[in-house]
Design a protein around this ligand. Structure first.
Ligand code: C2E
Ligand code: CA
Ligand code: CA
Length: 929
């Protein structure tokens, strides 16, 4: 029977597998009730038992069924799965049945206890209460349409039913009975029961028409059927009471029984197979307002009765008036119906007209032009905005071909586009066409096509045409901005790079070479710093103009950033072309620039790179840059052509520079010391400190590999301070260890150090901290450096002198210093540069310069030190010339401190051994080398 599992929703299990046969759905309680009912009917028909017994049984027999309905509904209502409103309805139904039960009990008491069957009893309010409970229950079921107006409408409908039904009841029943039973309560009841039944019917129709939302559709169907049957039973009963005056009739009993069974089945279904709230609920769908026929039937009945009565007594003047009134009312209603229909039509028409006017206005005032064309491109319609946008008469172009309006090959494209749009339903991607303007210019327009061939009101392809010339102009401006330098108007780096890569691709295919020039203004920073940025900008603009005028039309001139420019030579002129261009550029740059009221000479360094192989644009630009860098290193205003070595050098330099920064921190720098000896006696008089870099990978690096680098990268200052301190420290240590030698230490100063503001103070600090006697410290400055630095140099040197240190001119003879300088500067020592020393041993003639230098020293009262003595002959010749001191590999190379100590020890030993025929130091030197 109800063995099917309790379902949580209609979709929980596939319907085909699960759907039980109707008989299976009938619950056991319903079945039991049916068996009970059949038994009762059988007994009833058998005619068994005395009339009193039959009457009592007839009354009592329905009470268990009442009770079952009450209990089942209460149980079902307690299930929280169900919608709250459904549960309320079920509780009301239980209340209704309970009231019936009470009514039945009271009736039975009258019948059995008091042995009377009064027409009016205390049972009647209970029976009527049942109807009220049922109506309330039905109206509380969730419905798809529930507005405030609905309840008013229900009230009006109910009033119509009460009025119409009341008249009918009065006419058919009460009118007759009222004559012999004039008890007001009896008459009231005679009205009350049928009207209650009619109202229940009204509630049923209203609920069904308004669409119940709850998912328990079958249970609700059973319930409605049950209530309807019982209403039919009630009405029939009323009729029978009227006709026979008795209470028992087996037909009615059968009707009631069926009604009870349906209600029991419904309640059992609500209880056993509840469909939870929401699940299966229909959503609200707006639909035509349904009208319950019942109120109209009631009114119609009243009118029918009125007419029937009026015709029966047609001689009565009231009858004529009634007929007239009915006819007039019918006509008024008919007229009203017509008026309403007409109003509805008018409203719809006005709305349509307003819509059309609105759309027409939209089309007319739209900034877009709407063109409708046939699949073959013939124009069927053009919106008025064409006059403003396309500057042509809309009427004049209707009937012409769309391609006639377009520029160049856009016409041909338009033809194919329209044909394709005709084959494609819906919209197409936007296209851009140029429309021919009356003045011959072109208007850029974006066109969106929509195929509305199937739309009866259009029957064409709609071309939504929008003027985009402003957007196009902006786009072009933006593109120009993106690829040009705003200051000079030249191409920028992005465009230059792009041009270079295109030229490379083309050149590769044609087997040609292309050349790129990289230019950098030499003194731009100085101009910017001294004359200000405005003048700097003017210089850039003027230089750009010169570059542009030197280049050919086919060349691309670009500003790559800052003061860097690039020129791409594309026409295959190759190296010759580049040389000619450089020649022109050099000449152009020889003319000074007029800046800040002055004529300022500005040069440019140029790097040239040619690509013939598979270099990329970036490679080529980088090569030109590297070449420019090399040119710059070589001096200003020069040009250099790229060679592979340049790049390797540059990379190594950059690498080394990076490492040099940390070399100081990591104690990788060391000082070696070369002895300076008395040429005559060979006694060690001092040492020159020479810096070395103990490089982790390259081994011991000589100064030439990193001193120029540190000059350029600004590392020279910290390096120089370290050398000075370390040399002083070491000198002091040795001076204490070998007091008899009275050693002095020579320290090289670089050009950069001489410029340093703190030079004097820093030197003083170094002297004080190390405690070395200033007189034992000799600072060497190359002749070249001395010549470059003028002005405050004299003061600077004087201040150094005042510290007590001695000053030497290094590499003397290579820097063309004037005697005047030598006289003015507070110099103590001249160091004769190695080339002159090398010449000394090669003959009298060549020794002339060295001789002159020694002579100069004598004249100016300066001591002389010969550098780079390598042979005994050189030493001998210099001694003869009167040179006092010397250093060189003949005595000893630059030595690390520990080996220098060894050297000093050995020298002391030899001196102790006294008579030396010649300096035996070379033996040591050989050993030490
Ligand atoms: P310089 O001051 O003229 O130093 C003498 C250079 O000649 C040293 O080279 C030394 O090793 C080398 N030399 C000495 N005797 C002979 C010889 O008999 N034959 C040959 N062929 N060479 C000899 P080094 O050490 O490579 O230094 C080169 C230059 O580096 C120095 O020239 C100096 O100008 C610079 N320098 C070295 N150390 C420093 C330093 O601490 N500071 C600065 N600013 N410059 C330094
Ligand atoms: Ca030196
Ligand atoms: Ca030197």
């Amino acid at each position: 029977m109800t063995s099917s599992p309790r379902r949580t929703g209609p979709e929980a299990i596939p319907a085909a597998l699960d759907a039980p046969s109707p008989i299976e759905r009938v619950g056991p309680i319903t079945v039991a009730a049916a068996v009970y009912g059949l038994a009762y009917i059988a007994w009833e028909r058998s005619g068994w038992g005395s009339p009193t017994v039959r009457d009592i049984v007839g009354n009592v027999a329905f009470m268990p069924l009442n009770l079952t309905v009450v209990l089942l509904n209460l149980v079902a209502a307690s299930n929280e799965l169900l919608d709250g409103r459904v549960r309320r309805a079920l509780r009301l139904l239980a209340l209704g049945s309970f009231l019936v039960l009470c009514g039945n009990a009271i009736s039975t008491y009258y019948l059995v206890g008091l042995r009377s069957n009064p027409p009016v009893s205390w049972a009647d309010p209970f029976y009527l209460g049942d109807s009220l409970a049922i109506i309330t229950a039905l109206l509380s079921v969730p419905l798809s349409r529930r507005t405030k107006l609905e309840s008013w409408k229900f009230g009006l409908d109910a009033a119509m039913v009460v009025a119409g039904g009341g008249v009918a009841i009065w006419y058919f029943t009460v009118r007759g009975t009222a004559d012999h039973a004039s008890d007001a309560v009896v008459i009231l009841l005679a009205f009350a029961y049928p009207i209650a039944s009619l109202l229940v019917l009204l509630a049923i129709t209203t609920v069904l028409l308004r669409g119940p939302l709850d998912g328990n559709r079958r249970a609700f169907g059973l319930l409605v059927s049950g209530i309807s049957l019982s209403v039919v039973g009630d009405l029939t009963f009323d009729l029978l009471v009227v006709e026979t005056g008795g209470r028992t009739a087996s037909l009615i009993d059968a009707l009631y029984l069926l009604a009870y069974l349906l209600m029991i089945a419904s309640a059992e279904l609500y209880w056993r197979e509840p469909v939870p709230a929401d699940s299966g609920a229909r959503h609200y769908l707006p639909r035509r307002q349904p009208l319950s026929p019942l109120p109209y039937a009631a009114v119609a009945t009243t009118y029918a009765l009125l007419l029937a009565t009026a015709f029966r007594y047609w001689t009565d003047p009231l009858s004529g008036v009634a007929i007239g009134a009915v006819l007039a009312t019918v006509l008024v209603v008919a007229r009203q119906v017509l008026a309403v229909r007409e109003n509805v039509r008018l409203l719809a028409e006005t709305a349509a007209r307003q819509n059309e006017a609105r759309f027409r206005a939209l089309v007319q005032h739209s900034s877009d032009v709407i063109i409708v064309v046939r699949p073959d491109g013939t124009i069927r319609f053009v919106s008025p905005s064409a006059a403003r946008v396309l500057r042509c008469d809309p009427a004049a172009i209707e009937g012409r071909q769309i391609s006639d309006l377009l520029y160049g090959d856009d016409g041909e494209q338009a033809r194919t586009f329209v044909a394709e749009a005709a084959r494609t339903p819906g919209g197409m991607h936007p296209v851009e066409w140029r429309f021919r303007q009356p003045d011959g210019s072109a208007l850029h327009a974006e066109v969106i096509a929509t195929n509305l061939l199937d739309e009866p009101t259009v029957r064409g392809i709609v071309l939504n045409t929008r003027d985009v010339s402003e957007r196009k102009r902006l786009e072009q401006q933006l593109i120009h901005q993106a690829f040009h330098d705003p200051l000079t108007g030249l191409a920028n780096r992005a465009l230059f790079r792009d041009r270079v890569s295109h030229a490379l691709a083309l050149a590769r295919r044609q087997g040609r070479a292309i050349t790129v020039l990289f230019l950098d203004l030499d003194d731009f920073k100085t101009v910017n710093d001294t004359l200000g940025h405005a003048e700097g900008d003017r210089l850039l603009i003027a230089a750009a103009e010169r570059f542009r005028s030197c280049a050919r039309v086919t060349d691309t001139v670009a500003r790559l950033g800052g003061d860097e420019f690039g020129i791409l030579l594309e026409d295959g002129a190759g190296c010759d072309g580049a040389d000619e261009l450089i020649q022109r550029l050099t000449e152009a740059m020889e003319v000074p620039f007029h800046l800040g009221g002055n004529e300022i000479p500005v040069r440019a360094s140029v790097g040239v790179a040619t690509a013939a192989g598979d270099e990329s644009a970036d490679d080529l630009l980088r090569n030109a840059d590297v070449a420019m860098y090399a040119a710059k290193r070589g001096g200003k205003g020069r040009s250099e052509t790229y060679q592979t070595q340049m790049y390797t050098d540059l990379r190594e330099r950059l690498e080394l520079e990076g490492e040099l920064r940390s070399a100081l921190d990591r104690d990788e720098l060391v000082l070696h010391y070369q002895p300076i000896v008395c040429l005559r006696t060979g006694a060690v008089r001092g040492v020159e400190a020479l810096v070395r870099w103990n490089h982790p990978r390259h081994g011991l690096l000589l100064p030439q590999h990193f001193v120029p680098l540190s000059e350029e990268s600004g590392l020279m200052l910290p390096l120089g301070w370290w050398v000075l301190r370390e040399a002083c420290r070491q000198a002091q240590a040795w001076r204490l260890e070998y007091p008899e030698l009275d050693l002095s230490v020579a320290v090289n100063l670089s050009a950069r150090q001489l410029l340093e503001r703190d030079l004097v103070a820093g030197t003083r600090t170094a002297l004080i901290q190390t405690g070395v006697n200033p007189g034992a410290v000799m600072l060497e400055i190359t002749e070249g450096t001395l010549m470059q630095q003028t002005g405050s140099m004299l003061e600077r040197l004087q201040e150094l002198k005042d510290l007590g240190v001695r000053l030497a001119i290094d590499d003397f003879g290579t820097g063309y210093s004037s005697l005047e300088y030598l006289r003015r500067f507070p110099i103590d020592i001249l160091k004769i540069a190695r080339p002159f020393v090398a010449d000394v041993g090669a003959g009298i003639e060549k020794a002339a310069l060295a001789r002159a230098i020694v002579g100069l020293g004598d004249t100016l009262k300066l001591r002389t030190v010969a550098e780079g003595i390598e042979t005994a002959e050189q030493r001998a010749a210099l001694t003869v010339l009167g040179c006092e001191l010397g250093q060189g590999h003949y005595f000893a190379p630059a030595l690390p401190p520990d080996r220098l100590e060894l050297f000093l020890d050995q020298a002391a030993q030899q001196r102790e051994d006294a008579e030396l025929q010649g300096p035996a130091a070379w033996v040591m030197a050989g050993m030490l080398r």
